[in-house]
Design a protein around this ligand. Sequence first.
Ligand SMILES: C[S@@+](CC[C@H](N)C(=O)[O-])C[C@H]1O[C@@H](n2cnc3c(N)ncnc32)[C@H](O)[C@@H]1O
Length: 253
Amino acid sequence: MIKENTSTNYGNWVSSKFIYIPFLMGAFFLGLILVWPGFAILAALCLLSGTYFVYARHAFSPCGGNIQVKLWEMVLERLDWNGKGKALDIGCGNGPLTIALAQRYPDGHVTGIDFWGKKWDYSKAACERNAQTAGVADQTDFQKASASALPFEDGTFEAAVSNFVFHEVSDAEDKRELLKEALRVVKKGGYFAFQDLFLFEELYGEIDDLLETIRTWGITEVAFVDTSASDFVPTALKLPFMVGKAGIIYGEK
Ligand SMILES: C[S@@+](CC[C@H](N)C(=O)[O-])C[C@H]1O[C@@H](n2cnc3c(N)ncnc32)[C@H](O)[C@@H]1O
């Protein structure tokens, strides 16, 4: 089980900005009610969305429903890697999957890459601190790079994972291309497990068609599991922009 201790900080998919920005805007519109009462509606909408994100942040965290950890675990469960050689974590955030893989497979080396933009509170320094605290600094390395152009030769890795990243990549209009790029750097016979909003047809098209397309790229085995349907995911988190359209595409290249 992935565990956070008092020194590791894996962050939260609901960044603090998602909370304080709606609350600040809500307060601003409340102040404007004296000018025009209609601003009350905008204030209420902002305060409601801020409150929803407070709930979601709590549900994802270890002191709430621990949903983040449970969804990370599902990715690890679907990766059929034997732990020998190199693995890649695409869009590693603060490094939870990179570190969990390194802990699980002491003979392996895991690289975490991320763009570390301003939307989240994640950083390369936090990844390195977390890896040090978890005792896997020697087995891990972290690099700034984009999922849309991975700085690695074809077939560099025995395994690759990614968690809730591809839909966020702003410089790739066709999200399927990100899957192709991720699979490019996996060795023939290597393993992969990617979790994202794969049931979002506007992003990926219909899921069976997506899996069929992946097969045409010469992938030996590919399967899909709908993680949004897991019992532990509360109904309130099943909104499409949260984890309501989430699933894992996994298999062997
Ligand atoms: C929802 S967070 C998930 C982080 C991590 N995988 C986890 O499960 O905690 C999305 C991540 O995607 C990263 N990201 C966004 N655009 C990216 C890009 N073009 N290349 C690499 N990472 C990117 C963000 O910096 C952020 O760390």
